[in-house]
Design a protein around this ligand. Sequence first.
Ligand code: FAD
Length: 395
Amino acid sequence: TRRVVVVGAGMAGVQTAVALRERGFTGTVTLIGAEPHQPYDRPPLSKAVLLGKSEGSAFEVDFEALGIELALGRDALGVRPADHELDTEAGPVPYDVLVLATGAGPITLPGTEGVPGVHLLRTLDDAERLRPVLARQHDIVVVGAGWIGAEFATAAREAGCAVTVVEAADRPLAGALPAEVTAPMTAWYADSGTELRTHARVAGVEPGAVLLDDGSRLPAGAVVVGIGARPATAWLAGSGIELGSQGDVLADDRLRTGVPDVYAVGDCASFPSGRYGERLLVHHWDNALQGPRTVAANILGESDAVYDPVPYFWSEQFGRFVQYAGHHAAADRLVWRGDPAGPSWSVCWLREDRLVALLAVGRPRDLAQGRRLIEANTRMDAEALSDPARPLKNA
Ligand code: FAD
């Protein structure tokens, strides 16, 4: 029988193990994960789990019944491809096929690592440390107005904390969306009573306060840093497995690495998108759900298992349900659907009349229809598209 070893027991690792069994794989499947907890889902951490509305977010997977062996609380330390062995804290583990699914780790704010009162938000342990902070209604400073920063600020406001978000760029989500689209989103901060300080950099953290580089001093019972995440791949140094400029494992269109019998999937890996003509590194949940199906199909030798998804993600912030499908570039043409000052609207991106991406705020139907049109690479009529009363459809 063949032995598949999966490193990383997050969404991508768990889904890989499950997909192998669903497709009838009969060899051994071992899932090795650094965290001691029963494998769990991350999106609820910045939402229900943080607010104590749900205790945890463990996956509802019966690992024992599926014949998936769990080795938790164990760090993988390196790979020796020539020996087909993975090195772990508990010794070497032989594999026939290895799947890298170690996800990403949060980027820390230099100088604040290990400082009491400074938090990150990536793991269940992080969320459990932050829960009492919210309950005590401290003044909170959030560093970074990205997806995580916005979701954390939302939860902290809901808990009754005074929240200031410090952002180095001129606006929220500067790395993800154009200024035209983030303009209405900026207003959401003020509407929720969250103070947003743009063009602001943290100069230092002292007990009870955050100092900014313009000399201002913000009271802070706690600081939450949400300035991005980087693939958790440092442990692969020297293995011969090639990494990209962001530390991403360079996978091919079947999610194979350049090393025989080693695959990579989820937040830790980038892949060449045939659809968008560029390499994508996606840090969203849906990619950690879809990618594993491709990996499992390839391990089982199914012939047409190429990974070329329309990326999708959602975010819940300031009382809005935000969804995005596809991938856009700065040169793509932007078409509005609806009033950006209103409670719900969408934005479409067209490339040569074809829909390549869509952002929907409180318009899940637009998202569902748009996603299908993007998948089908459909030609659109921009005029019709801009009328929010008409359903999204091809020209
Ligand atoms: P991970 O979930 O990071 O899992 C990787 C696992 O591997 C971790 O448990 C890690 O400890 C382990 N590991 C790392 N290195 C080693 C090693 N050397 N040895 C052994 N184990 C190791 N996406 C959305 O689309 N919508 C959302 O609303 C959303 N909300 C989010 C909220 C939060 C707070 C966070 C942190 C993320 C959110 N995401 C969301 C992103 C989504 O959760 C990730 O894309 C997804 O978890 C990626 O899954 P993964 O399995 O690739 O990586």
